[in-house]
Design a protein around this ligand. Structure first.
Ligand SMILES: NC(=O)c1ccc[n+]([C@@H]2O[C@H](COP(=O)([O-])OP(=O)(O)OC[C@H]3O[C@@H](n4cnc5c(N)ncnc54)[C@H](OP(=O)(O)O)[C@@H]3O)[C@@H](O)[C@H]2O)c1
Length: 370
């Protein structure tokens, strides 16, 4: 059966600005695929159900002259990011039609796996083989869901990259003690929303910020003790009132880090997870932090986090402890859905802007129904 096989192509590097749908990311509806006859070459054919527009994809779009933790996206190839897919046909042992798979794959309707073109090849050691397989997709267990509250898309939030990042960062570097105070910037993001809940599980007092009043309410509903809108309340003013901090979790970078340094305690831990306020800026346009001398004066511990580094050591605990919390209904997940592959580029660009994704929860793009 011949079926349309639309895809989103990475057409042009965006330089230092925001990517523009239609220019840098182009929806291409010209392709088709024979679902019954396409050769599998020992692999398997997947139908993409959902994809996850995530900040690290912006890093992959950087100029070729800039080195970083991930390889460069390939101009002319489909975007590659985390997808949830269902198997239609298989020649691979252990993979069967109907299996749900999660991992890195093309932003397209149907893909013969393992995909080749534009394959993400995280540098050796940074992204260990957590599947026990050389393919990029892992077979999923059903979501642990005795109470019927967790959809498959939980694999893009609490059970996937954001949840893993929150869990690994807090366990590896938090050294959290009951009653301590953590400040989480971008607290309504995929990472932030899981982290608020994991921090509460550890008995921490949680301060969290986000870019809208609705997100402030959302963060409170997740357990944040203090939640504020950084667009209407300066971060420094909020931390002066509600600090000092024992742990700062940085998702945004820039001036927010300066405020956290100012209002941290002696020996506070800084977990540097991301700096989304700077992903679309030239280096000279980024905020220059002015109080770095406080790092030695307060003997701050600053840790750079890349989740891949912790997969081997902490992955097994994550895959045991987090599903157990879910089975007890102790983790709330929320995703915001965009319908259609043709809208994936818009959802991605919206997420990259301060307060841009006004809907609550981790952005997820629905590509097809099962
Ligand atoms: N180190 C790692 O291994 C790792 C792994 C995964 C993610 N991360 C990082 O974790 C952070 C959150 O990722 P995610 O996948 O959870 O994100 P997400 O759910 O897609 O949410 C991104 C949010 O960032 C906020 N934002 C965007 N531009 C901003 C700006 N200029 N200033 C302040 N906030 C801005 C927006 O919320 P507001 O409405 O609050 O502005 C947006 O909704 C990112 O920095 C990401 O790069 C790191």
């Amino acid at each position: 059966m011949l079926a349309p096989n639309p895809r989103v192509v990475f057409a042009k590097r965006p330089g230092t600005g925001l990517p523009v749908p239609g220019e840098h990311l182009v929806y291409d509806a010209t392709r088709s695929i024979d679902l019954d006859a396409v050769p599998l070459n020992g692999g398997f054919l997947t139908k993409t159900l959902m994809l996850s527009p995530e900040p690290f994809l912006r890093e992959r779009m950087r100029d070729l002259s800039v080195d970083s933790y991930s390889t460069h996206a390939v101009v002319g190839a489909p975007m590659v990011g985390f997808v949830l897919a269902v198997v239609l046909r298989s020649e691979k042992e252990g993979v069967n039609p109907g299996d749900h798979m999660y991992g890195l794959s093309h932003w397209e309707a149907y893909t013969v796996q393992p995909y080749m073109e534009g394959r993400v090849d995280f540098k050796a050691g940074n992204y260990p083989d957590w599947t026990g397989d050389t393919d990029s997709l892992i077979k999923l267990n059903a979501v642990p869901d005795p109470q019927g509250k967790y959809p498959w898309s939980s694999y893009f939030s609490v059970l996937g990259g954001p949840g893993l990042t929150a869990f690994c960062g807090l366990e590896a570097y938090g050294n959290a003690k009951k009653g301590e105070t953590i400040y989480i910037s971008s607290g309504a993001s995929g990472v932030g929303s899981v982290l608020i809940q994991l921090a509460k599980e550890k008995g921490l007092r949680v301060i969290a910020s986000a870019g809208s009043d609705a997100k402030v309410e959302y963060m409170r509903s997740l357990g944040a003790d203090v939640a504020f809108n950084y667009k209407t309340t300066p971060v420094a003013a909020a931390l002066k009132e509600h600090g000092p901090l024992d742990i700062y979790w940085d998702n945004v970078g820039g001036e927010t880090v300066e405020a956290a340094i100012q209002y941290s305690r002696l020996h506070a831990r800084f977990i540097m997870c991301g700096s989304i306020s700077e992903y679309n800026l030239a280096p000279e346009a980024c905020y220059g932090i002015k109080n770095l001398s406080l790092v030695f004066k307060k003997q701050l511990r600053i840790y750079g986090l890349l989740v891949g580094e912790h997969m081997t050591s902490l992955g097994p605990r994550f895959f045991t402890e987090v599903p157990a919390l879910m089975a007890q209904g102790r983790l709330t997940v929320r995703e915001t859905f965009t319908e259609g592959l043709e809208n994936a580029a818009d959802a991605f660009v919206k997420m990259l802007q301060a307060g841009g994704a006004e809907e609550l929860g981790k952005p997820v793009v629905i590509v097809a129904k099962e």
